[in-house]
Every structure is written in structure tokens, then in C-alpha cells.
Design a binder for this molecule. Structure first.
Ligand code: HEC
Length: 105
């Protein structure tokens, strides 16, 4: 009985840890945004400055998942699934209809 309980405990811990490491991270997404998107999207450029708060959560979801970056589809196509998930999390966390708005940067 004790053995089963400890086995279950270990299982629960493994599940907890793995769900943490698989969850999309806005912090990592912000890095993807800075590295990938802001290569072009800076003030005064042709692409123009881009902020997460320029779209709503569902607009970002559609934009990223359906790749609506028509000017250059490679940008989203060529990143890893993980980077894309994290990027979407960042964009949504600071989107127009999110609770938090990023004010600086
Ligand atoms: C190679 C340069 C480049 C990169 C990298 C890039 N973009 Fe763009 N993006 C553009 C250009 C150019 C436009 C068109 C701007 C226009 O038509 O005024 C654009 C347009 C957009 C638009 C449409 C503007 C709007 O208000 O609807 C969005 C949203 C966008 N990009 C998001 C992103 C995101 C998110 C990333 C990072 C994953 C990214 N872009 C990376 C060049 C780039």
C-alpha cells in the first residue's frame, strides 16, 4: 500500500513538473518578439512599430495560428512550434483586451 502511494506521488510530481515545462511562457515569447518581430517592427521602419496591445486576444490567435503575416509568411512558418506558442502567449497576455497592458518597450 505504501508503495502504491509513493508511486502515485512520484507520478503526480512528474505530471506537475511536465505541465509546467510545457506551458507556453509569455516571458520567453517576449524574447521571440524582440528577436524576431522587432528585427523589422521598429519605430520609423516600413513595417512600423508593433505592440501586443494593437490587437485583441482572438485577433492574435487567428494571426499566429493561421499565419496572416502575408507580407512575409516565412517569419511565422520558420519558427519552432514552441517559439510560436510562447510568442502567442506573450501577444495575448498583453493584448488589447488582456488584463495587463505593457506600457514600456
Ligand atoms: C522581415 C521583416 C518583418 C518581420 C521579421 C516581421 N514583420 Fe510583421 N510586417 C512586416 C511588414 C513590411 C509589414 C507590412 C506593414 C504595412 O503594410 O504597413 C508587416 C505587417 C505586420 C502586421 C500587420 C499590421 C497590422 O496592424 O495588422 C502584423 C500584425 C505583423 N506584421 C506582426 C508581426 C509579428 C508578430 C512578427 C514576429 C513574429 C513580425 N510581424 C515580424 C515586416 C516584418
Amino acid at each position: 500500500m505504501k508503495r502504491i502511494i509513493s508511486l502515485l506521488l512520484v507520478l503526480a510530481m512528474v505530471l506537475a513538473v511536465s505541465s509546467i515545462s510545457y506551458a507556453a511562457s509569455a516571458r520567453r515569447g517576449k524574447r521571440v518578439f524582440a528577436k524576431v518581430c522587432e528585427a523589422c517592427h521598429v519605430k520609423g521602419s516600413d513595417a512600423g512599430k508593433l505592440k501586443p496591445s494593437s490587437k485583441t486576444m482572438s485577433q492574435w490567435k487567428r494571426f499566429v495560428e493561421k499565419n496572416r503575416h502575408d507580407v512575409d509568411k516565412k517569419v511565422l512558418d520558420e519558427m519552432s512550434d514552441k517559439d510560436r506558442d510562447n510568442l502567442l502567449k506573450f501577444l495575448q497576455d498583453y493584448s488589447l483586451d488582456a488584463a495587463t497592458v505593457e506600457t514600456c518597450g
